[in-house]
Design a protein around this ligand. Structure first.
Ligand SMILES: C=C(O[C@@H]1C=C(C(=O)O)C=C[C@H]1O)C(=O)O
Length: 67
């Protein structure tokens, strides 16, 4: 059986990785916003958001045997 404290260390690391990835994404989105404003483009792009959501939804798919 896997050691509980080792599993929790891995969870803590995964949490740190997630927060880092979210901060990186936030910084990139802010940069995209600055570039769009400079170009006089609308920041909100619902079509792009739909594509991002579709892509992320696909990435989150796991085979049934994983559950
Ligand atoms: C980041 C962009 O701009 C905005 C933010 C998005 C996001 O958070 O994924 C997606 C579309 C836009 O509303 C982009 O155009 O790529």
């Amino acid at each position: 059986m896997a050691d509980l404290s080792k599993l929790r260390e891995q969870i803590d690391q995964a949490d740190q990785d997630l927060v880092k990835a979210l901060v990186k994404r936030y910084d990139l989105v802010m940069e995209v916003g600055r570039v769009k404003r400079e170009k006089g483009q609308a920041v909100f792009d619902p079509k792009r958001e739909e594509r991002v959501l579709d892509k992320v939804t696909n990435l989150a798919q796991r085979p049934e045997e994983d559950f």
